[in-house]
Design a protein around this ligand. Structure first.
Ligand code: AHG
Ligand code: MN
Ligand code: MN
Length: 341
């Protein structure tokens, strides 16, 4: 029904009124974010028509090969948001340093961190990708934010979420009062509310891990995965299914909707870098989404959102999803430490 449509803007204004917060700046920032997501969705959709496929022939700061679409998506975010008037600075997976708002634009009170295109190895095979974002408040009276101003724990996030570019383009968003999803309706050019106050299902029989890394895993995570694989013949007494897309956005979105656990743990092969996923623009926003939907997000040894970042591109182990499953992995870490003591 036409009258049932609730747009992102409408929903946010109503929510902010209900919560008694917000000055309109945030709604306006969201509007600019949604413009960037629409542009990225269009470019992802056109794929090789815009020369989006293949490698750009450059590496990002973490030594990963950049795809053309990584750069297109990064540029779309910068262009749509630098003039918003609500940001004091930005940071991205694809940029070594923080991005200062050009002086010709008005500066605002928020900081935006993002992974412009997550799962970009899926691009060439027409697989699902996404954009992950985290919104922080810039320290008051800071005119030109420095790196130090960005290095805030995930618990300080004002808002966070992701947009998944799959068969539909869907935005999952939290501003600290639950998780809401919005589907892009191209016919009206707006994100429309799909589900308010989403909860991660508590019971699950699915796990997500890159199985090629099993031999590197530390004992507690290995134990958890082995027990899932043992199925009804093992201590869990039930069969598990496994899914791994190579796109955190796609895996987390699936887990948000039907439960499960996402594991990119610390292992003997990534120990030196502290894990694979990046704390500030991958792990923290996804952790906020998970927690706000009743799930959990841990390193195995502590809550992700409580980590105090030391640098912009810091990596971190991620174990996130249905609370009971994440709790079980944490418990296995504790038991392992007790045994070692
Ligand atoms: P990005 O494409 O932004 O570099 O992120 C890829 C990340 C994440 O989305 C995914 O879960 C993980 O890397 C996959 O890593 P493996 O290829 O090691 O499985
Ligand atoms: Mn990513
Ligand atoms: Mn990326």
């Amino acid at each position: 029904m036409v009258t049932d449509i609730i747009t992102l803007a409408h929903f946010t204004i109503e929510e902010q009124r209900r919560l008694g917060v917000g000055s309109g700046d945030f709604t306006s920032l969201l509007n600019d974010l949604s413009t960037a997501f629409k542009i990225i969705s269009r470019e992802v959709n056109r794929g090789n028509l815009v020369g989006g496929l293949g490698s750009a022939g450059s590496d990002n700061v973490q030594g990963e090969q950049q795809k053309h679409l990584d750069i297109i998506a990064n540029t779309a975010m910068l262009h749509a948001l630098q003039s918003s008037g609500h940001l004091a600075g930005m940071a991205s997976e694809e940029m070594d340093e923080i991005f200062h708002i050009p002086t010709r634009y008005q500066r605002g009170k928020y900081l935006l961190l993002f992974d412009p295109l997550d799962g970009s190895s899926n691009i060439d095979v027409n697989g699902t990708v996404g954009t992950i974002f985290s919104v922080l408040r810039a320290p008051e009276s800071v005119e030109r934010p420095t790196l130090k101003d960005f290095l805030q724990p995930g618990t300080s996030q004002v808002a966070a979420g992701y947009t998944i570019y799959g068969p539909s383009t869907v935005l999952a968003l939290t501003y600290g009062s639950g998780v809401h999803t919005f589907t892009l309706d191209w016919t009206i050019g707006s994100f429309v509310l799909s589900q308010a106050n989403l909860r991660v299902p508590e019971r699950t029989d699915e796990f997500a891990i890159n199985a090629s890394r099993l031999r590197y895993l530390e004992a507690p995570v290995r134990r958890y995965v082995d027990e899932c694989i043992a199925g009804k013949d093992g201590p869990r007494g039930m069969n598990f299914n496994m899914r791994w897309t190579g796109s955190m956005v796609a895996d987390i979105h699936r887990i948000l909707l039907r439960g499960g656990i996402f594991i990119y743990a610390l292992d003997s092969a990534n120990k030196r870098t502290g894990g694979k996923l990046r704390l500030m623009y991958e792990a923290n926003p996804m952790a906020m989404i998970m927690e706000q939907a009743g799930g959990m997000a841990s390193t195995g040894r502590g809550r992700i959102m409580e980590l105090v970042p030391e640098n912009l591109h810091q990596r971190v182990p991620v174990i996130a999803g249905s609370a009971a499953e994440v709790d079980r992995v944490i418990e296995y870490h504790i038991q392992d430490e007790v045994k070692a003591a």
